[in-house]
Write a protein of this length. Structure first.
Lengths: 766, 304, 172
């Protein structure tokens, strides 16, 4: 039964909704997150952070702080080894070790409000906080460069004196790179259009907003081995990055992933982890560091704000003929914005013969950006999906029909890379079309309905897994994938499916870097795909060994043993079928323990491209510009939903983040480059009272390259909502918004200007 | 935070003695919903946007908990004499009080808007005022009711109109050794009521971008008394006396409401900050003035 | 607690002081400095790490506990204020191995993903159902507005509270 399958099998466990194995610990408060760990003699660490957005460090004096009773050690960049200035591959991302080191502790310059300068370890958190205030730093303040416009100006202050890009030669610059994707002849394509829409979009920097701040507990042995307990999406990446920054070999560090309180991409890099080891080494004690919310917002990686200029044309019967896109993304203090991904996503769902996309990665005096759920794609969709909405309107076509008419299918070219294999874009937007929501009538003044679509490549990468058969016929499955959203339950379900067991008979574990083979980060929507594949293969490996044991017992050849409906059987007199339970009792006599193992390397990006589509009804208060979300539906192609409840959960979670991004989330910096809203009071994420129920439609177009048909589900749902809300606001108010967030002051201003313009028109017409 | 001592007086006299003794090193508190944030941030007050630029005060070393003083916890209503609302009564106690809901619905709804339930279970209207924020939700509602703050120093007491209580962001008229004991609110007259509305970008949890409290006394459709108060549109909460006076003797129709709103907008002196532009706040001031007047009028008409 | 001769009132000096309180039905005594919040006391002194730190400003509700029947952000309360109070934390919701209906429904309805906000939500939901056994969706959303979740979009959380209310009304 589990042998074949390309997603269309009749499953016993897959597709059901068992209670997750780590659930009871999490509802009783027993589960251990990073900040919950305590060790004998543990000290508490605090970080001194720059109050300036851009400054040279002239001197650091921590004598007073060190003398404070209870303070045990202080570290600065002087305690770090020299780092290489090059580009290396660590996990999903390319990384420059020198920049990483500079971000952990500022070397000779601070590059954003909140940039770490020193770390203190003391006997209590309060003493550490007071000690940090006693550290004296002399700054030479430099002009802050806060926007891509400012950074790209001719005489802009330069953040990184050694930064160069190919086009500007040996000229210092804030533009780290320029990439371009072209096809056909965009000028001709736009020329051939009957309707052309041209718009400029500005989207504000936003944060992933995980409720659990970053944390790390470092322990250091005198034999040179270190252990880090931390909240992370990727223990192996933490290990390699810490080794890189600290000048250690990877084998000297063990990273234990604690339960993680949200990541969304923001916990795929390191901040406190190397500090915890440095302080542990200096003090001889375990040291715990936890970021405050203010530090999370100021100094961990949000995602890029951006400027996107887009020009798109279509024939009057709705065929897109050409598109031109210019995008500049804020990288933060060091290069590495997701502009490349944004460029590859902006037109991805559509068959366009003529396009040119230019993307610029620009450094600014803001924290180094980190991944945020489909990084780069949401910004891009705000531009692409609203312009498409405008074109559809000009053609008099339903927005879904317009998209279907231009849709990519199996065999269509991607922006970059090989043609799409089987994909579910059309099915996904049609799931919206057929939804109860879309079919219902929206009545009432100041109300409007909008929809939008989104694309994300989904990654593959490396995972390892082991499946152990226990002596009582149960199994344990060990992976290295941090469980952010219930994935360990899916691993248990896959194991149970293959081995004919009950899901409650499988114990899933998320293991540390010593206990399981290399596993890449939980992110990129790759966990159920790649780790699921590894688990599937490991379970199959265990099954193969069990068949051999059954064969041995019956003195048959392994190929003569069948496994069906949870039982091993073979032809022959006196051979009675055996369950795994029964066979498990004989393992010791037939060759010893059975451990199935697998490691997979499933390719880079684009192994299971996924599409989402979102429909939203809004009501706008015409006198204040406040938007209420009345109803929301999200459709997404999951390939095969292993645990439908958790697939729905990913869809609802990504959608609600997208709605926050659309309405009220943004970073406010003042003229000095100080972050004004470094707290959850003024970094406004949606509360329970701000959202309706989020209806879901799971589409299952199996991924041809996965044994169970799985596509990643974690990310793409965040991509369409801002555009969907903008399209809905247009229908409610007649205003096309081109800024994110569409907060009340912005929307009201646009509505009042729109009304004035209409009044003038009406007056002129009289 | 730096080391602090915690003191628990049980009478006003004890509290005053403690505060006088420690002077600027002491800080009184009730709910702690502002104080603990400030202590942890290492500031004496004003962690929030509306205190930006205000002069810093000394970080306190002594925290005086006023929650165990009986006079500060009472809600005493007399149909003729009016209301004595203890400074330490929590927002949730106000919301649950029949007397408050019936006679002072605007103040009650203002108190019920302050933060989440978790905040309301601890925060007090007295603390809200003493924090000295121009954006405090309950302050415009108090001003609209003509409330007075009763300040005690252990020997004597003095009354200060609530609109005069806050001097600048974070600074109030309280002298060292004085505490806010209770609010004195006039008895509700026939055909009068109050209303409070605020504008926030989400549906909960935000600080008011604009807050407007109004109270009206009607005779038929004619306004006999009116008080309009504005929050978050100036360095302190504002009693919009001109806008209020503009309504006296008029029929409360669209024209009168528009005029009052126009004057209220002129009275407001908001700044641009991350919660809204000055332009936006002025517009909203007008909108909320109109809306609160309509609600207060509707309530007033329905009362005998 | 010491008596301050000059002021007549009770004084907790800056050094550690002894507090006696009731937590999850049991008498508990602990030592803490006045500057330690209730959340710190729970997590660092009493090792009850179920209540979480998310913001320290009362904006996320992850530290919510019930004090004398009311939900409170424990990060905005001094540990010394616990004296004589009756406190419920997430660790006290289950009766031995028997989960509270809210805990059970959160599991069945898949109402948690990363789980960090879950203790706070369980506390707020319990306080709600203790006062209002049959809340509407709107009443639930209002009562939970002080608890932030970033993973779920709240949909399955609200469903779990509705489902738990039904079970509890039926006597479960």
């Amino acid at each position: 039964m589990a042998e074949s399958t390309n997603g269309n099998g009749n499953y016993r466990v897959i597709g059901t909704r068992p209670i997750r194995h780590d659930g009871v610990d999490k509802v009783t408060g027993r589960a251990k997150y990073g900040a919950d760990y305590a060790f004998p003699g543990m000290l508490f660490g605090k970080v001194l952070r720059s109050p300036h957005a851009h400054a040279n460090i002239k001197s650091i004096n921590f004598d007073k702080a060190l003398k404070m009773p209870g303070v045990k050690a202080i570290v600065t960049a002087a305690d770090l080894p020299e780092a290489e200035d090059s580009t290396q591959q660590v996990g999903e991302a390319a990384m420059n070790p020198r920049y990483l080191s500079m971000n952990i502790l500022a070397h000779d310059k601070v590059l954003y409000d909140g940039h770490a300068i020193a770390a203190v370890a003391a006997t209590s958190i309060h003493i550490a906080e007071e000690a940090v205030r006693l550290i004296e730093v002399e700054y030479e303040v430099l002009p802050p460069v806060m926007t891509v416009d400012d950074a790209m100006k001719k005489n802009a202050a330069i953040l990184l004196p050694k930064l160069r890009n190919k086009e500007e030669g040996d000229h210092p610059t804030n533009t780290a790179s320029h990439l371009q994707f072209k096809r056909g002849d965009v000028a001709a394509g736009l020329q051939a259009a009957d309707f052309v829409v041209e718009r400029e979009f500005n989207t504000a920097m936003v944060h992933q907003g995980y409720i659990e701040p970053h944390n790390a507990v470092g322990l250091y042995n005198s034999d040179g081995h270190g252990t880090i307990y931390c909240s992370t999406q990727g223990a192996f990446d933490v290990r390699s990055m810490c080794a890189q920054v600290l000048g250690l070999s990877v084998g000297m560090i063990k990273v234990v992933p604690a339960e993680i309180g949200g990541g969304f991409g923001g916990k795929t890099t390191i901040y406190l982890e190397p500090l915890s080891l440095m302080l542990a080494k200096k003090t001889g004690h375990p040291v715990k560091l936890v970021m405050t919310r203010g530090e999370v917002l100021r100094a961990s990686g949000p995602t890029s704000g951006s400027k996107i200029k887009i020009k798109m044309g279509c024939t009057r019967d709705g065929k897109i003929t050409g598109a031109e896109v210019w995008m500049a993304y804020e990288a933060g203090a060091f290069p590495g914005s997701p502009v490349g991904a944004g460029a590859m996503c902006v037109l991805a769902p559509y068959n366009i013969d003529n396009f040119q996309i230019d993307g610029y990665d620009v450094v600014v005096n803001r924290p180094k950006t980190a991944a945020y759920r489909a990084p780069g794609a949401t910004n891009a969709a705000m531009a692409g999906e609203t312009v498409i909405d405008e074109l559809a309107e000009k053609c008099g076509l339903d927005p879904i029909e317009f998209r279907v008419a231009n849709a990519c299918k199996e065999g269509s070219a991607q922006i970059v890379g090989p043609p799409y294999k089987r994909i579910g874009f059309i099915e996904t937007v049609e799931a919206i079309k057929n939804s109860p929501h879309y079919k219902s009538e929206l009545k009432g003044a100041n109300r409007g309905r909008g929809m939008a679509a989104g694309f994300w490549f989904n990654a593959g990468m490396q995972s390892s897994a082991t499946v152990n058969i226990q002596t009582d016929g149960t199994a344990s499955v060990i992976t290295g994938s941090a469980d952010i959203g219930g994935s360990r339950a899916s691993m248990a379900m896959i194991t149970a499916e293959v081995l004919g067991m009950e899901v409650t008979d499988v114990r899933p574990t998320v293991a540390d870097t010593d206990s399981v083979g290399h596993t890449d980060v939980t992110g990129g929507s790759r966990t159920t795909f790649a780790t699921g594949m590894a688990v599937y293969n490991a379970a199959q490996d265990a099954l193969k060994q069990l068949k051999e044991r059954a064969a041995k017992t019956w003195e048959k050849k392994p190929e003569d043993v069948k496994f069906e409906d949870g039982k091993f059987s073979a032809e022959g007199d006196g051979i009675k079928p055996m369950t795994v339970k029964q066979l498990a009792g004989r393992l010791a006599r037939t060759g010893g323990p059975v451990t199935g193992r697998a490691q997979v390397s499933t390719g880079g990006i684009g192994v299971g491209p996924a599409f989402a589509a979102t429909c939203v009804d809004v009501e706008v208060d015409p006198d204040t510009g406040k938007v209420q979300i009345l109803r929301c539906t999200v459709a997404q192609d999951a390939g095969k939903a292993i645990h439908p409840s958790y697939v729905e959960g990913q869809m609802q979670g990504g959608t609600s983040q997208g709605l926050g991004w659309a309405l009220n989330e943004e970073y406010f910096y003042d003229a000095k480059g100080t972050l004004r809203n470094s707290g959850l009071l003024d970094y406004r994420m949606p509360t329970c009272l701000d959202l309706p129920m989020i209806e879901t439609a799971i589409v299952e177009i199996p991924n041809p390259i996965h044994p169970l048909g799985v596509r990643g589900v974690g990310e793409v749902s965040i991509v369409p909502p801002p555009a969907a809300v903008a399209n809905a606001i247009y229908r409610a108010t007649g205003v096309r918004m081109t800024e994110l967030p569409m907060s009340p002051p912005r929307l009201l201003k646009a509505m009042l200007e729109n009304r004035r313009a209409h009044d003038l028109q009406a007056a002129a017409a009289d | 935070m730096q080391e602090i001592s915690y003191e628990v007086p049980t009478t006003v006299a004890e509290a005053v003695t403690m505060l006088k003794h420690h002077g600027a090193k002491a800080r009184a508190f009730v709910g702690g919903t502002d104080l603990l944030i400030q202590l942890r941030a290492g500031v004496a007050f004003g962690h929030s946007e509306e205190f930006r630029g205000a002069e810093p005060k000394q970080r306190p070393e002594f925290i005086v908990d006023l929650k165990h003083i009986k006079e500060l916890r009472q809600i005493k209503f007399d149909a003729n004499k009016g209301l004595r609302l203890g400074a330490a009564v929590s927002c949730i106690e106000i919301h649950e009080s029949e007397v408050m809901r019936k006679h002072y619905p605007g103040l009650t709804e203002a108190a019920h808007l302050i933060g989440s339930l978790q905040i309301q279970n601890r925060a007090s209207v007295g603390g809200n005022l003493c924090n000295g924020s121009p954006a405090a939700d309950s302050t415009p509602a108090l001003i609209a009711l003509g409330a007075k703050a009763l300040i005690g120093d252990g020997n004597t007491s003095r009354e200060v109109a609530v609109e005069e209580f806050v001097l600048s962001p974070g600074r109030t008229v309280l002298k060292p050794g004085e505490i806010l004991v209770e609010f004195l609110i006039p008895a509700p007259k026939p055909h009068s009521s109050d209303s409070y509305l605020r504008f926030i970008p989400r549906n909960e949890m935000d600080i008011a971008v604009v807050g407007v409290g109004t109270s009206l006394t009607l005779e038929g459709d004619v306004v006999k008394a009116a008080r309009i108060a504005l929050g978050a549109v100036g360095p302190t909460p504002i009693f919009a006396s001109k806008a209020s006076e503009s309504l006296l003797g008029k029929t409360l129709d669209e024209a009168a409401i528009r005029e009052a709103a126009r004057i209220a907008i002129e009275t407001a002196t908001p700044i641009d900050d991350m919660r809204g532009t000055a332009e936006f706040r002025k517009h909203i001031t007008g909108v909320l003035t109109g809306r609160t007047l309509k609600i207060a009028a509707e309530r007033a008409r329905n009362k005998q | 607690m010491a008596q301050n001769e000059k002021t007549n009132g009770k004084v907790h000096p800056a050094k550690k002081t002894r507090v006696e309180t009731t937590i999850n039905g049991e008498t508990v005594e602990f030592l803490c400095e006045p500057r330690q919040s209730m959340l710190e006391v729970l997590r660092d002194v009493l090792e009850l790490t179920g209540s979480k730190e998310g913001c320290l400003t009362g904006d996320c509700g992850a530290c919510s506990v019930i004090i004398d029947g009311r939900t409170v952000c424990s990060c905005l309360m001094f540990g010394v204020e616990a004296e004589g109070k009756n406190i419920t934390t997430v660790e006290g919701l289950a009766e031995g191995a028997k989960l509270h209906p809210l805990q059970q429904k959160f599991l069945e309805d898949a109402s948690l993903q990363c789980g960090i906000c879950t203790p706070g939500f369980l506390i707020s939901a319990k306080a709600l159902l203790d006062r209002n056994p049959n809340p509407t969706e709107a009443e639930i959303r209002y009562a939970l507005a002080g608890n932030l979740c970033r993973c779920t979009g709240y949909d399955k959380i609200v469903h779990a509270v509705l489902d738990a209310a039904k079970v509890m009304q039926a006597g479960g």
